[in-house]
Design a protein around this ligand. Sequence first.
Ligand code: MD3
Ligand code: FE
Length: 207
Amino acid sequence: AEVAPGAVHVPGWLSRRRQRELVESCRAWAVGPVPIRHTALPGGGVMSVRTVCLGWHWLPYRYSRTADDVNGAPVAPFPDWLVGLGREAVAAAYGDAGSYRPDAALVNFYDGDARMGMHQDREERSPAPVVSLSIGDACLFRFGNTRGRGRPYADVRLESGDLFVFGGPSRFAYHGVPKVYPGTGDPSVGPRTGRLNITLRETGLGG
Ligand code: MD3
Ligand code: FE
């Protein structure tokens, strides 16, 4: 379903088998070389979400090849199979993957109390779409406009296995996660509690 121009929601896109495989991969990514952590914000706050990155490390508000705000280690490489998954996802949403080649992934883990405030993703230097994959507990996803954090916005429930692709005019829209619904995940998929969100991005940074 096209929620806004360029914003396409594909419920149940990931099979349970693929969700399980991604949960396993996330478990490995979470331990290193850069351990998953609550990102510290420049104003002194700490994000309630925990994040681990592949390809490029995101820190507020830039990308780096090293985890300058964690342990200084080089970030884990972005695997080829994840490029393929990203291309499949864009093809499923838009009918054609075009030249899409993601080079960074942000893996966010939400426990029952975690939230993400309304924000734009502006660190990338590419107009390519962002691919979002949700696994585990359902959440309330708020998709806003490009002018500010307030209304109008659309509230969408994201469930385990859902794909969302944000491109075109939706690429720079404000968005956030005001709520997670604990206990709504599929116990046969995992994580046992909480929500995983994997976003795939083209940073446009090269190299
Ligand atoms: C719309 N993550 O990592 S995914 C983020 O569920 C982020 O963890 C949320 O916002 C999460 O930056 C929302 C959906 C999403 C991700 C990136 C976008 C929507 C987007 C970039 C541009 C527009
Ligand atoms: Fe975002």
